[in-house]
Design a protein around this ligand. Structure first.
Ligand code: ATP
Ligand code: MG
Length: 293
């Protein structure tokens, strides 16, 4: 691939060589590649991940571009870096940072034993990315452990924590078939089933709750193996996921997965740490919206 891009004032050339196929995403084929920048006559190579929109979803290219554009315009240490989209003939390819340890759900399912504080670190990093998006009034719309990528494993004996990056949301839920949306239960907020074109910040909070559940259950998908009718009934009868053994976490998840969304304001994940030595407990803090106080 070869394209000429302009980012702010810097003009650079981008060459990407598709090399290794990494399989299939929901709407894309995934490859590993190399990006080559030539700046001031110097060649620089960076490992990248390429998401090529598959033929079946070609008509969703605008939404695919929108996801890429969203990610490339904002910058936060826990948000994935997206370099841009390359249009090559009929192919639309999102070029993004390659994250070494891949998707968090797969990592946890591979049976790597990680501690509760490791999971808590990951949860806090996700919360900080979502807090950043909320301050900018940006809805992500597809938060789940599959879309959390692990950049660093972390080693408690060396005092280093894991490090995650939230990936792009992919195609907007408004363009997806009803069955695909139903299959996203319990990550997708119930109100999205009624109005998929009206994603709100509250929807991300619901997904945050489901993702916390997933992280603390070692990457196992909540409601795994349930058919779509059973999943639909789960929401129709206002059910909740099995509660965690830790009351604070169970409370936090149920406050996020609140069927009366928007009534109470936002939920934040905090550590109550009166001694200031990081031994404090995980607590959920519900901030009331000023007009509801
Ligand atoms: P969706 O829009 O539903 O998230 P997708 O097209 O993004 O779909 P995923 O299923 O999220 O596809 O990703 C497919 C797999 O590709 C992941 O399980 C992960 O292992 C790998 N992957 C995705 N992005 C990256 C990345 N930036 N770095 C390394 N691996 C990645
Ligand atoms: Mg993804």
């Amino acid at each position: 691939l070869y394209s000429k891009c302009r980012t702010s004032d810097v003009l650079f050339y981008l060459c990407v060589y598709k090399d290794e196929s990494l399989g299939q995403g929901s709407f894309s084929r995934i490859f590993r590649g190399t990006k080559m920048d030539i700046r001031d006559g110097e060649k620089r190579e960076t490992e990248v991940l390429l998401k090529e929109l598959d033929g079946l979803h070609k008509n969703c290219w605008e939404s695919f571009f929108e996801a890429a554009s969203l990610m490339s315009q904002i910058s936060h240490r826990h948000l994935l870096l997206v370099y841009g989209v390359s249009v090559f003939g009929a192919k639309n390819i999102m070029v993004q940072e390659f994250v070494k340890y891949g998707a968090l759900d797969l990592y946890l399912k591979r049976g790597r034993s990680v501690s509760v504080s490791w999971k808590l670190d990951v949860a806090k990093q996700l919360a900080s990315a979502l807090n950043f998006l909320e301050e900018k009034n940006i809805v992500h719309g597809n938060i789940c452990a599959k879309n959390l990528l692990l950049a660093r494993e972390g080693d408690p004996s060396q005092g280093s924590s894991p490090f995650i990056k939230l990936s792009d949301p992919g195609i907007n839920v408004a363009f997806l078939d009803k069955d695909v949306i139903l299959d996203r239960i319990p990550w997708v907020a119930p109100e999205v089933l009624e109005a998929p074109d009206n994603l709100t910040l509250e929807c991300d909070k619901w997904s945050f709750g489901a993702t916390l559940w997933e992280i603390f259950n070692n990457g196992n998908a909540p409601l795994r193996g349930w058919d779509l009718d059973r999943k639909r009934q789960f929401y129709e009868t206002f059910q909740q996921l099995p509660p965690s053994q830790w009351t604070e976490l169970a409370d936090l998840i149920s406050q996020c997965m609140d069927y009366q969304a928007g009534n109470f304001g936002s939920v934040e994940l905090c550590r109550y740490d009166p001694l200031g030595d990081n031994t404090g407990e995980l607590v959920a803090v519900k901030k009331l919206q000023p007009n509801k106080q």
